[in-house]
Design a protein around this ligand. Sequence first.
Ligand code: TYD
Length: 205
Amino acid sequence: MLLKNFIVFEGIDGAGTSTQIKKLCARNSKLLIPTAEPTDRATGRFLRQLLAGDFKLDERTTSYLFAADRCEHIYGEGGVEELLKAGRIVVSDRYFFSSLAYQSATCGKGIPRHVNAPFPLPEVLFYFEINPEVSLKRVESRDGKREIYEKIDYQKKTAALYDEVINEYENNPDGMKVIRVDATKSIDEIADFIYNTLINLNIIR
Ligand code: TYD
């Protein structure tokens, strides 16, 4: 199944997805609604504590928790499904492709695949491509505490799994469009590329 007018940005940490979602949605704030995973709901707040290293859980448990938060994100009150029904275009910073990359890097592919199989595909997936050494430098130059996944070996493993997942979904039978973004380009170049792509796809008119 595919959710029309649902757009997802994916990439390793520091690839620039959050910056681009802000820029895109600022172009028409009534129509384009930004959203993100982990969410700011109770399920997502729990994940933020985990990512901050406040406590440890088995990596398999983590896979289930990201999927539970995703369920809230899509089907919960005021969530993606509701926004789409109200005629909005919803743009999410991460979706289940993150779990297929990040969680597969720690607990293997089985559980992440299994728990994410029921979720609908977005209409468009933008994949931000960048070398993990470069993106981690960007993350390290930010203020604030590091999250548990922001380490080079883990980011490299995640990047390789992301590439695999994106290649696999490129020719999906549901018709989700997979668009690769050169995340090393300037912020404005990337913003124009994304906006023009959505116009060409007739999603933004
Ligand atoms: P991120 O979008 O990087 O948030 P922020 O920039 O605010 O820290 O997401 C936080 C982390 O969560 C990131 O390292 C990726 C990780 N993550 C997973 O491991 N699995 C998932 O399914 C999702 C959605 C995120």
